[in-house]
Design a protein around this ligand. Structure first.
Ligand SMILES: Cc1cc2nc3c(=O)[nH]c(=O)nc-3n(C[C@H](O)[C@H](O)[C@H](O)COP(=O)(O)OP(=O)(O)OC[C@H]3O[C@@H](n4cnc5c(N)ncnc54)[C@H](O)[C@@H]3O)c2cc1C
Length: 489
């Protein structure tokens, strides 16, 4: 729990022996975890920095059980923390230390209910692991594009509740763009069945969008109808040593036309990040030994298979990279010649978060600005941070096609977590003020949770905050649904 954040006032009604028995009746013994050791992984966040408590972890098996559990909690004023894969990075799935209620894990609700390859959709339960859904779609020659480093353990309900981004947003949009319908258990236990497979539906307010990005504060997503796309058949992945971040955005800008609108991903990596991965993650190899502080992972993909003798993605990429070398934006480049080589490039990109955990204490900001402002943001943001702590080590990287930077720093060598924390408020203010001055967002894709609750209150307007509070109070009048997350109220 960040030391600088004071716990908000949240409901404290206890789980009495009578309530516990009622929970047991609903979910059975295998749906309850009561021992401290068993609860530990659920009440500790992925980074191991937010640690909370829960009277009991409740693991319902279906929507009806979720509904009955929530109704029981509503009647007794008991707070609920919903949780999927517990990979969120803002503490949204972790109970506050003052939490006296339940943690509701969706992990047992992991069934794919229907795949409609002709209609390009699938209906799934909230506890399905993201990677399983990608594989299910691929098994039907279809593509579910949501893709992120935690995909082996995060769950679709968590992805939708955080409106996750990842490495395909550039082409397919955030998680909320991948959804046609939802089923949600509301804070009073009512089930809203919005499981419609409709691309067009202008029947009043689009309620599903309220719950996506709400981080479990307005209800529990239990099922979703997801959109599918044609499976990629011709994919080209390249690792580019580039001049600087300005070159990165110019390369991206020209890549759209050069690829016939087939840019799938465009990830900026600093040398510091790639070196950190190579240091900590066994089996990773440097794709290009180039002397530059900046790299770009560029992937183009088409659903049309490369025909014999015809120009494919890699031919187009080769020609494009030649032009970019001539322009001086690209200094050197390598095109993956096999799936294993492409995979190695992706492993490097996706291992930055685990590598940073191994490297030691750090500070991380998940920000967005408009794409053309990225180079200026990196320059000014690093300077502002170094002015406060000259020996802090910048580790920037980002989904630059979305204007999203993971603007991260590792603490100075040898500095412990506690000492680094003393600098955190000043650096956070400097970075987030810069975000505001450049008309950006202080949370591009990770959400608010606990960690940014005061930053949201600081940077959002009174009108926005009041409107959010009105929505929260209307749907959750007892403030039992993930209380003290996003808003203090
Ligand atoms: C290595 C790594 C890489 C990552 N990369 C990315 C990335 O590229 N892009 C990105 O956006 N994020 C990324 N993340 C963050 C994280 O993976 C995402 O936020 C993910 O969407 C969270 O899913 P989850 O199932 O783990 O959710 P959890 O962590 O369990 O929960 C997240 C939030 O959603 C709520 N919630 C969970 N399930 C439900 C439900 N069914 N109904 C209502 N509320 C619910 C929780 O209460 C909490 O507020 C990364 C994390 C890691 C560890």
């Amino acid at each position: 729990m960040p030391d600088t954040i004071i716990a908000p006032v949240i409901p404290t009604a206890p789980v009495t022996p009578a309530v516990l028995e009622a929970l047991r009746t609903i979910v059975g013994d295998k749906g309850l975890i009561l021992d401290e050791q068993g609860k530990q992984p659920f009440v500790t966040d992925w980074r191991g920095t937010n640690i909370g408590t829960a009277a009991v972890v409740v693991r319902p098996a279906n929507t009806e059980e979720v509904s009955r559990v929530v109704k029981l909690c509503f009647d007794n004023g008991i707070a609920i923390v919903p949780q999927g894969g517990n990979t969120g990075l803002m503490g949204g799935a972790t109970p506050w230390p003052t939490h006296s209620g339940i943690l509701l894990s969706l992990g047992r609700m992991n069934h794919v209910l229907d795949v409609d390859p002709v209609g390009y959709s699938m209906t799934v339960e909230a506890g399905c692991v993201l990677q399983t859904l990608q594989e299910t779609a691929a098994g039907h020659d279809r593509f579910f594009p949501l893709s992120l480093g935690a995909q082996g353990s995060c769950m679709i309900g968590g992805n939708l509740s955080t409106n996750a981004g990842g490495v395909q947003v550039l082409r397919y949009g955030n998680a909320r763009n991948l959804v046609m319908g939802l089923e949600v258990v509301l804070p009073n236990g009512d089930v809203w069945n919005g499981l419609r497979s409709l691309k067009k539906d202008n029947t009043g307010y689009d309620l599903k969008h309220l719950f996506m990005g709400a981080e479990g504060t307005l209800g529990i997503i239990t099922k979703a109808v997801l959109k599918l796309w044609p499976a990629p058949k011709d994919v080209c992945t390249a690792w580019l040593a580039i001049r600087d971040p300005q070159a990165a955005i110019e390369i991206l800008s020209e890549a759209h036309a050069a690829s016939d609108d087939n840019v799938g991903s465009c990830e900026l990596m600093s040398r510091a990040c790639t070196d950190m991965v190579l240091r900590h993650i066994p089996g990773t190899q440097d794709p290009l030994k180039a002397d530059t502080p900046w790299f770009l992972l560029l992937e183009w993909s088409s659903s049309r298979p490369k025909a014999e003798g015809a120009e494919g993605m890699s031919d187009k990429m080769e020609q494009f990279l030649g032009e970019q070398l001539e322009s001086g934006r690209v200094l050197d480049a390598v095109i993956a010649q096999s799936e294993a080589q492409a995979r190695n490039m992706w492993v490097i990109r996706e291992s930055v978060a685990p590598a940073s955990r191994a490297e030691g204490p750090g500070l991380s900001y998940d920000i967005s600005v408009s794409i053309s402002k990225i180079p200026a943001f990196i320059e000014k943001g690093i300077k502002a941070s170094l002015d406060i702590l000259p020996s802090i080590r910048p580790y920037p990287l980002g989904h630059i096609g979305d204007g999203n930077l993971h603007f991260s720093f590792m603490g100075p060598k040898g500095m412990d977590r506690e000492t680094l924390k003393q600098y955190s408020p000043a650096i956070t203010r400097a970075v987030n003020d810069l975000v505001r001055d450049m008309a950006g967002s202080i949370s591009a894709e990770h959400g608010i949770g606990i960690d940014k609750i005061d930053e949201l209150a600081h940077y959002r307007s009174r009108i926005e905050l009041d409107t959010m509070r009105s929505l929260k109070r209307a749907l959750d009048p007892k403030n039992i649904m993930n209380p003290g997350k996003i808003l203090r109220l």
